[in-house]
Design a protein around this ligand. Structure first.
Ligand code: BGC
Ligand code: BGC
Length: 840
């Protein structure tokens, strides 16, 4: 155990006991005692200057507040678990909508619905009846690449793509446009920008980071804060359609060991300062008003309970005078805490709990009791409330009136506005990084005959990545993105303008006719959407054999291949690069896919319309290990070709160095989230269907709720009160016959919460009158209630009953004709196993 760990453990114990410090020694002294020079945390001069009149208003308000009022300000509850009455009765400081949460649980809620709901909450917070004290509630949302919870909003490239543009001014324009779209829905606060400096790109949130380079993150972070809030000291600061920004997740969320989400940054304080802090220096200087604590730990101690970093460093040394908000029940992981009780967090310097589930009322009651007993000192409580009031006053919310009366509110034309889409399209153009252009295949002539292939070609959900309408970005179809342009549509429009031709063929097939043969194939493929936790990977291999075969098959037919690789991070794609003549990293462009064709094709006169200006924001790996784990660079940070560059990229080595076990073929259908192309649907006995895209859904007696097994919301609880079914469906077919030949089985982890009352069948569907079922009630009846177990059913059983496994639409559904209560965790198709149900 290092000294620092010892210190942390000691501090944790004493905090839990309500004591001030370890042997009464301040942290700094402890560090000095280790013989190190103190780390020189700088004092940051925020441009959002202190205003004495405003400070006096804070004091006057504070003097009128009871302990109940004050504790209420410390709590942020989530849309699904809070009513306007709650906001009034508990004097709540804030609410939020999580990723994929909408007014009335309606994914298609209109701009007016958002504003109307915001008004209801606001009015509740300003109600003076029954001891109410009017303090406007604020509403936070994750508009992390545009207002991404709102159908019809402009979705910009994720931060990784913006990092590639090397254009902070563009980021300022993007976040300005984002603020406008958020303001149009009556929301005042954005949980953005992410200032993570992702150092191990196995981390599933790498794409939320602008770069692995701290200085780039700092420049972009400051620009994003200014775009969202307006320039500090200007008249527009936090006015005129600007919103409150959040610098997140403090600190070193991108510095965890092995890139594990919510993991531990086992690094020195000097590295914290040099690598992970510059973004915060820049954001605070630009006037950022809130900072979100990270789920992660530093040297084994959770940030949510880290007094030294939250209070000493961030507030005292750096001088941050806004408030620190927690992250999604992040306090519960602090040693000695639970979801409903964590004085340690507040005492460490957290100012507002993000308490998204129904238990926030207990958290409120416990916090109030801890204030009354002195476990949370009054001075600390007052400091937290002062900070929250300071931000609300600075944002002018006491004078702004209800959300509907604020600038841009309710203006439908702002959400997805053409001028915002134009900014996004430009960002797409500037974000593309050209990695290979052998034989100068690009730029393409406009009048080409183009075959557009790959599962990303006409798939706006896939090109948008995580945090796109739903939390993980899955479960959407193109129609969920009105006004958007797929990459294929952009290509089609471009070539059609010059007499060319674009044919969409996902699997790359085309008619064998020399007159219509394609001049070139553009193949769009890559990572399916993911977000926090679920996007973590063990190595950097891009492992779709199907995509590789598609590229090779086109090349074998002597068709020049342009690969457009969608991804939230650089991956090991040597084989795919070899199989392509040109290769472009396009990251996750968002809704304006037209920006891709803008750069790929020549203009009408045959000249270059837009050059490639994107440069790698991250090192591109030479093998399947990231730099952080000893891997080497294939392309260094800053690399990127332009049209003036000549020379061919030589063949790359194709050995991944992974063992067969690392690469065993397995097809995941649900793994914490439904995987592309499937989405979860429930259906009642009359076959009314409902696609489930949020964490709770109900249809005539059948309900679904996201629940936790190993990680938050990595499983689904399904309850049948009446007959019906639930399963995973796609509108495109999947060929499972390869698995059938290799003794494949459907394997799923299930917990029987209540044994089945009726008959339960597992089914596969391949279209109308095509499919098969297999009864599984015996297995479920015998399962230990409340215990997870894995069940496997040989594909052979379903094939024998008539399922056509080469054209599957739903690889897994369960139907029950009686009451049933189960949870599902991981559903997959695997090869070579001795299945529980094997049909002889
Ligand atoms: C929410 C997200 C949130 C996540 C927490 C989800 O259910 O919708 O907004 O970030 O849980 O891990
Ligand atoms: C994420 C945050 C997000 C919050 C609210 C968390 O799980 O880590 O980035 O702002 O949820 O959705």
């Amino acid at each position: 155990m290092t000294m620092n760990r010892l210190w942390s453990a000691c501090a944790g114990l004493l905090l839990a006991a309500g004591l001030g410090g370890c042997g009464e020694k301040p942290a700094q002294e402890m560090r000095l005692a280790q013989g190190q020079a103190p780390v020189p945390w700088p004092k940051i001069a925020s441009r959002a200057a202190r205003d004495e009149a405003l400070e006096q208003r804070i004091e006057a308000l504070l003097a009128r507040m009871t302990a109940e009022h004050k504790v209420g300000q410390l709590i942020q509850a989530e849309l699904k678990e809070v009513t306007p009455e709650d906001v009034k009765n508990y004097h709540l400081g804030a609410i939020l909508n999580g990723g994929g949460a909408f007014p009335g649980n309606n994914k298609y809620a209109e701009v007016e619905d958002w504003v109307a709901l915001a008004d209801t909450f606001y009015h509740a917070s300003m109600d003076t009846g029954d001891g109410g004290l009017p303090i406007p509630v604020i509403w936070g949302t994750d508009a992390v690449h545009g207002h991404n919870n709102v159908v019809g909003a402009t979705l910009f490239p994720h931060n990784i793509g913006l990092g590639a543009t090397r254009n902070p001014q563009l980021v300022r324009e993007i976040t300005r446009a984002t603020a406008r779209e958020v303001a149009a829905t009556g929301i005042d606060w954005n949980f953005s920008p992410t200032l993570a400096v992702a150092r191990d790109i196995r981390w599933g949130r790498s794409y939320e980071a602008y770069s692995e380079d701290p200085q780039l993150v700092a420049r972009f972070g400051a620009a994003a804060v200014e775009g969202l809030q307006g320039a500090a000291k200007s008249e527009d600061f936090l006015r005129a359609g600007h919103i409150i920004a959040t610098a997140k997740h403090f600190i070193a969320d991108g510095g965890t060991l092995d890139g594990v989400d919510r993991g531990d940054a086992a690094i020195s304080e000097q590295e914290l300062l040099e690598i992970h802090a510059p973004g915060y220096f820049a954001a605070i200087e630009a006037g950022v008003q809130t900072v979100m604590a990270s789920f992660s730990s530093w040297q084994g101690e959770k940030l949510h309970g880290h007094r030294y970093l939250l209070t000493e460093v961030l507030k005292n040394k750096m001088g941050f005078d806004g408030f620190v908000v927690g992250d999604w029940n992040g306090h519960e992981f602090v040693s000695g805490c639970s979801r409903v009780s964590c004085p340690q967090s507040i005492n460490a310097g957290l100012d507002m709990f993000m308490a998204p589930d129904a238990s926030w009322k207990q958290l409120y009651a416990n916090t109030l009791a801890q204030v009354k007993s002195g476990e949370i000192p009054r001075a600390r409580l007052d400091d937290a409330v002062r900070r929250i009031l300071r931000v609300k006053l600075r944002a002018g919310l006491f004078e702004a009136g209800p959300p509907s009366a604020r600038p841009l509110a309710g203006d439908r034309s702002v959400v997805g506005a053409q001028e915002h889409r134009a900014i996004a399209r430009r960002a797409v153009r500037e974000s593309l990084v050209l990695l290979k252009n052998n034989g100068e295949l690009l730029p393409l002539a406009r009048n080409s005959r183009v075959l557009v292939a790959g599962d990303g070609a006409h798939n706006i959900g896939k090109q948008s990545g995580g945090w796109s309408i739903s939390w993980q970005g899955t479960g959407n179809s193109n129609s969920d993105f009105p006004g958007a342009t797929s990459i294929y549509q952009g290509i089609a429009a471009t070539v059609q303008s010059a007499g060319g031709h674009a044919a969409l063929s996902e699997d790359g097939s085309f008619e064998d006719d020399p007159d219509t043969a394609p001049d070139v194939a553009i193949v769009v493929f890559g990572e399916d959407p993911y977000a926090e936790m679920q996007g973590d990977i063990p190595n950097l291999a891009y492992d779709s054999e199907a995509d590789l075969q598609l590229l090779r098959q086109l090349k074998a037919q002597s068709i020049p291949v342009v690969s457009l690789f969608i991804s939230g991070r650089p991956l090991w794609v040597n084989r795919e690069i070899n199989a392509s003549d040109a290769f472009v990293a396009i990251w996750q462009p968002g809704t304006e896919g037209g920006g891709v064709a803008d750069v790929l094709f020549r203009d009408l006169e045959g000249g270059i319309q837009y050059d490639f200006v994107g440069r790698l924001p991250f090192t591109w790996p030479k093998d399947t290990q990231p730099l952080a784990a000893g891997g080497e660079a294939l392309f260094t940070l800053g690399h990127g070709l332009g049209y003036a560059d000549e020379g061919a990229l030589a063949q790359l080595p194709e050995e991944s160095g992974l063992t067969p076990r690392d690469t065993a073929q397995q097809l995941d259908i649900f793994d914490g989230r439904p995987l592309d192309p499937w989405s979860l649907e429930i259906a009642d006995a009359q076959n009314n269907r409902l696609a489930v895209t949020s964490s709770v859904a109900k249809l005539n007696g059948i309900s679904v709720r996201a629940v936790d097994r190993d990680m938050q919301e990595d499983s689904r609880r399904l309850q049948w009160r009446t007959p019906g079914s639930a399963g995973f469906y796609a509108n495109r077919r999947t060929d499972l016959s390869g698995y059938l030949q290799k003794r494949g089985a459907l394997v799923f982890d299930i917990k029987v919460d209540r044994p089945p009352a009726g008959r339960v069948q597992l089914g596969i569907n391949c279209g109308t009158d095509c499919g098969a079922t297999q009864p599984i009630n015996e297995l479920l009846k015998n399962a230990e209630p409340g215990q997870w177990r894995t069940i496997s059913v040989a594909l052979q059983c379903l094939a024998a009953e008539g399922a056509q496994l080469d054209m599957v639409l739903s690889p897994f559904y369960l139907s029950s004709d009686g009451e049933l209560d189960i949870s599902l965790h991981h559903i997959r198709v695997v090869e070579n196993i001795d299945a529980d149900i094997s049909c002889g």
